[in-house]
Design a protein around this ligand. Structure first.
Ligand code: MRU
Length: 338
């Protein structure tokens, strides 16, 4: 099954907060429910947020009772506004919303025609993501060699996309291409996307994976236990890559140990008219840090900082792999297209 699917006005997706122990399928019929699922991290991962936002608008259009096109557009604008308020950092969500709203506004015809176009565009975004992820895997696999040990952070896998992944797409493509590799997955505090989701995906696929806590990254590099890093991205801007909290410190350690640091992301994650200083870094609830599996583990009332993402300067990035090819941001030639 794909991570998210559409059928006759219903969106089906996996509740990622329950993985790996339970596979709970969510059946969603309104944009409000999509927003709730995004806020609570049942749906997460940048490309998947784009697909989910598209389907959120598709649900509004499909179930609308509007008789006039301008009423339907008003409903879509209201849903778009709700979606924009869910999570601020991954640009894919905003990219998908703008793409669909633009399409709806320029479609001539009655409400049924516009609604059908909105659903079609949402389906197109999801399908494109599947092809894009495959292409990222294919493009990036050339950077992975036999016997590599590749460290990845957070979950940039099938679950973060509609299928196959971004960073894990490269790992999957290298593995299925016959390269014997090993993956080190960081647990990714506080929500454990690495321990719960990346470990689960790779383990189920039979790709050798070893889990470490986030604070062991320096140790594994200093001991020579890893020779490549590959992560995903939530937003790539002119001067930086914004990804899950902890990515920056991994990039600094990678520079120090002269280990290549690769970022895999679709073009829908690129926001090249912006600088990192203009990106909103999501700050999440302190309880994600003070509690562990619902139990308070800290003194009550402790002050907490809980940014969900951090900023890796472009100078720490060896290459960015997208569906279009490989970009070397710090080299004179910059792009190697496939
Ligand atoms: O907070 P999350 O789980 O949505 O964060 C996800 C990440 O940071 C991923 O690394 C990123 O979205 C790339 S996913 C292909």
């Amino acid at each position: 099954m794909r991570t998210i699917e559409w059928k006759d006005g219903m969106v089906t997706t996996i509740d990622q907060t329950k993985l790996p122990h339970k596979t709970v399928t969510l059946k969603i019929t309104s944009c409000k429910e999509i927003c709730k699922a995004i806020k609570t991290m049942q749906i997460r991962g940048a490309p998947l947020l784009g697909a989910a936002a598209g389907y959120g608008l598709a649900l509004t259009a499909f179930h609308s009772k509007a008789k006039e096109k301008h009423h339907l557009i008003k409903e879509l604008d209201a849903s778009a506004q709700l979606l924009r308020q869910t999570r601020p950092t991954a640009v894919n969500l905003f990219w998908a919303i703008e793409r669909i709203i633009r399409k709806a506004k320029k479609t001539a015809g009655d409400t049924r025609t516009v609604a059908a176009i909105v659903v079609k565009e949402a389906q197109k975004i999801a399908l494109e993501d599947v092809h894009t992820s495959r292409k990222i895997g294919e493009n990036g696999a050339v950077l992975i060699s036999e016997n590599d040990t590749v460290l990845t952070h957070c979950n940039a896998g099938r679950l973060a996309t509609v299928d196959y992944g971004t960073a894990l797409a490269v790992i999957r493509a290298a593995w299925t291409g016959g390269k014997k590799i090993h993956v080190i997955a960081t647990e990714t505090r506080p929500l454990l996307q690495g321990a719960r989701l990346t470990a689960y995906e790779l383990f189920s696929d039979g790709i050798p994976v070893t889990l470490v806590t986030d604070s062991m990254v320096g140790y594994v590099m200093a001991e020579g236990l890893v020779n490549k890093i590959i992560v995903g991205a939530d937003r790539i801007v002119k001067d930086a890559v914004i990804n899950k909290i902890g990515t920056y410190q991994i990039s600094v350690l990678a520079s120090k140990h002269k280990i290549p640091f690769y970022v895999a992301a679709p073009q829908s994650t690129f926001d090249m008219n912006r600088l990192a200083e203009n990106v909103v870094i999501e700050q999440r609830d302190a309880r994600e840090v003070t509690e562990f599996a619902g139990t308070q583990i800290t003194p009550k009332g402790i002050s907490v900082l809980n940014p969900a993402f951090d900023i890796t300067p472009m100078k720490n990035v060896t290459a960015i792999i997208s569906e279009k090819g490989i970009i070397y941001p710090n080299s004179d030639s910059k792009v190697s297209a496939n």
